[in-house]
Design a protein around this ligand. Structure first.
Ligand SMILES: *Cc1c(COP(=O)(O)O)cnc(C)c1O
Length: 226
């Protein structure tokens, strides 16, 4: 099992380097976030031993359990799941990054609940680039106002944007949604904006072609979730 996990991990890193090259981007300019939801702590330790430090989680309770087991490891934890109000305290206290902030109420709670002894919480705003009512994320129209408000919150550091587009077949089709996100990101000039969180197992190449600085990969590393 462990052997195949390491192999898949290394294959993903190779695909990332190939996609960077195809897009004429700097080697190593895209960071891998290993999305470890539903995976046991041992799998994270295995990847840690291969140099992986950034891990993404979607479910707070599950993440807190794993963090307890892994307290001795120098892991940077990213929260990437939907955020209900009653989860903000746990996220503010136990994560370095949140990718899924999509409304001011949640941002204000995270800001108020971020402990003084920790650095500001790194935040990406989740944008709905597929214009589907069912998908979470701030609309492109409402994004500038949310950016302006989040920038006023001293315990949050706005780092960039994130999106989960609706599933589209084909490289060119996948690029369309990511291009929209990148164009919004390009307009967010200003201090601290360095993260374009886009690309999952099924569309990583398209995201890297469009300028992703971080890809969030679960299935391609760990296999199908059950
Ligand atoms: C689960 C998840 C991923 C990883 O998706 P895969 O298709 O398994 O690579 C990425 N981003 C978010 C927000 C997720 O919830």
């Amino acid at each position: 099992m462990t052997g195949s996990l390491v192999e898949s991990f290394e294959t993903v890193l190779e695909s990332m380097r190939a996609a960077e090259k195809a897009a004429k981007r700097e080697p190593g300019s895209v960071r891998l976030l290993a999305v470890a939801k539903t995976r046991p702590a041992e799998d994270l330790i295995c990847l840690y031993s291969k140099g992986q430090r950034h891990f993404g989680e979607s479910y707070l309770q599950e993440a807190l359990e794993k963090q307890k087991h892994l307290a001795a490891y120098d892991i940077t934890w990213h929260f990437i799941g939907p955020i209900q109000s009653n989860k903000t305290r746990g996220i503010a206290e136990h994560f370095s990054w949140v990718h899924s902030v999509d409304r001011l109420k949640i941002a204000v709670r995270l800001n108020d609940q971020r402990p003084d002894y920790l650095a500001p919480l790194n935040v990406c705003l989740q944008v709905n680039v597929s214009a589907e009512a069912s998908k979470s994320g701030v609309t492109l129209e409402d994004l500038p106002a949310l950016v302006a408000e989040v920038r006023k919150l001293p315990n949050l550091q706005l780092r960039g944007l994130m999106a989960i587009p609706s599933k589209t077949q084909g490289f060119e089709g996948q690029r369309v949604a990511y291009r929209l996100l990148r164009e919004s990101w390009d307009r967010l000039s200003g201090c601290g904006i360095d993260t374009l969180s886009m690309g999952m197992s099924g569309d990583m190449r398209a995201a890297i072609a469009e300028g992703a600085t971080l890809v969030r990969i679960g299935t391609a590393i760990f296999g199908e979730r059950n």
